[in-house]
Design a protein around this ligand. Structure first.
Ligand SMILES: *Cc1c(COP(=O)(O)O)cnc(C)c1O
Length: 422
């Protein structure tokens, strides 16, 4: 459930008309809802509590939406952070996430990043290869520290999701191969600078079925038992993120958080481990819309195009993943018989937000909302075609604040310079 609803025919974010925000900040812009972010976090947290999982930590996956105001909203609810770069760590810390609630994921952590994270005192490194473990042990030892790690293992499970967001199959670059997992833990025991605390998995994103999770959790339970038999002390299970969300407004959530929480509790709840989760999309996707205005309509022979001022530079998911996002007029109107491709001004045929959509014939300047744009929207943005990054707005009740401003052209060119030979 989200807080983007029509009232008297006008789309609102919580208690503010979207049109009012558009008037103030111009289009395109992202609009996030505080109440929705809070609700998504709380529903998941409460489901885990209700399933009896007392010892738990939800580390919000910062890469889904890394605006510091969004992270801070979740920090206030007690969220930790899952980061994949030093830059994301800087954001998480600035937003008020305690270092003791930060986990560092990703296949390509550099020695410098490891150093910075150890200095900050983060909770855990989720390590993805033996060579990474060696590097981390070296860096930590050099600092007189011992890094706490979880080994990200690859359970070789088909999450049944899009190939570009599937991560848990043997051919993906992520994690330590399932067959090598026990050797990995044995290797950690030989090193001074690292201490193995947990097993970590993350099998993919936009997973809409419980079955891949069940299979993965069962494999984790098996591995945990084998490791404990060999004397390893494991007290954390990091089960990653990946819960799917509805991208069409009328659809039910594909996975019920209660069912997911009960599944965890049934398979892994009695192991004496802290259960850690890394949800991103589940928290942020439906907490944001991308608001755009119509530049012009172009009725062609083969297709009708609605050319809008947002583009693949603001929302890459349609062209990158073939993703569907609902698109609706901000002022409620009946759709005509006409079918449109909603496209941006960027010079790429792949620049579209939606294809073959029934929408009313627009007037110039009409506002449209592209839904479920709160995750993997702004963070995947680019300034291709020298388009200024769209501002981000956070709403709370009757209030809104610009939490990232639109740069002017001078600011965009600030870091460029002419060498003395031109
Ligand atoms: C991207 C990612 C997540 C978040 O995935 P969602 O599908 O957005 O929940 C969690 N953990 C890791 C390691 C990731 O790379």
């Amino acid at each position: 459930m989200d807080h983007f609803l029509y009232r008297d025919g006008a789309l609102h974010a919580e208690d503010i008309a979207i049109a009012e925000i558009a008037q103030a900040v111009g289009t395109p812009f992202y609009c996030y809802s505080t109440a929705t972010l809070e609700r998504h976090f709380s529903v998941l947290d409460q489901s885990l509590a209700d399933a009896g999982l007392e010892d738990r930590l939800i580390c919000y996956s910062v890469k889904a939406n890394s605006n510091i105001a969004v992270i801070a909203t979740l920090a206030k609810l007690g969220a930790g952070a899952d980061i994949v770069s030093q830059g994301e760590m800087v954001r998480a810390l600035k937003a008020g996430i305690e270092p003791s609630k930060i986990v560092f994921s990703g296949v390509g952590k550099t020695a410098d990043e490891m150093h910075a994270a150890l200095e900050a005192g983060i909770l855990q490194f989720n390590v993805e290869s033996l060579s990474e473990i060696d590097m981390l042990a070296e860096v930590a030892k050099g600092m007189g520290k011992r890094a706490q790690v979880a080994l990200r293992v690859n359970p070789d499970i088909d999450a049944g999701t899009h190939e570009k967001i599937s991560t848990g199959k043997a051919e993906n670059k992520f994690g330590i191969a399932w067959e090598d997992a026990e050797a990995g833990f044995a290797h950690v025991q030989t090193l001074e600078g690292v201490e193995a605390r947990g097993i970590d998995i993350h099998i993919g994103s936009q997973i809409t079925d419980t079955e891949p999770f069940r299979l993965a959790f069962e494999k984790v339970a098996g591995l945990l038992a084998r490791l404990r038999e060999k004397g390893h002390v494991i007290d954390r299970l990091d089960l990653g993120g990946g819960l799917g969300v509805p991208y069409a407004r009328d659809n039910e959530p594909p996975l019920d958080p209660t069912v997911y929480a009960n599944l965890i509790a049934d398979i892994l709840g009695d192991k004496g481990c802290t259960i850690m989760l890394e949800p991103g999309r589940l928290i942020a996707a439906n907490a944001g819309v991308l608001v755009t205005s119509v530049i012009r309509a172009k009725q062609g022979r083969a297709k009708n195009f609605m050319i809008v001022d947002a583009a693949m530079t603001e929302l890459m998911r349609p062209t990158l993943y073939g993703a569907y996002h609902d698109i609706k007029p901000v002022k409620e109107m009946e759709a005509d018989a006409l079918v449109w491709d909603v496209v941006g001004p960027v010079c790429e045929s792949g620049d579209f937000l939606g294809q073959d959509r029934s929408l009313p014939v627009p007037d110039e300047g009409d506002l449209l909302a592209v839904f479920a744009a709160g995750a993997y929207g702004a963070v995947l943005g680019s300034s291709y075609n020298t388009r200024p990054a769209a501002p981000e707005v956070l709403v709370s009740g009757h209030r809104f604040a610009v939490v990232r401003a639109r740069p002017d052209y001078e600011a965009m060119l600030e870091r460029e310079s002419l060498p003395d030979w031109v």
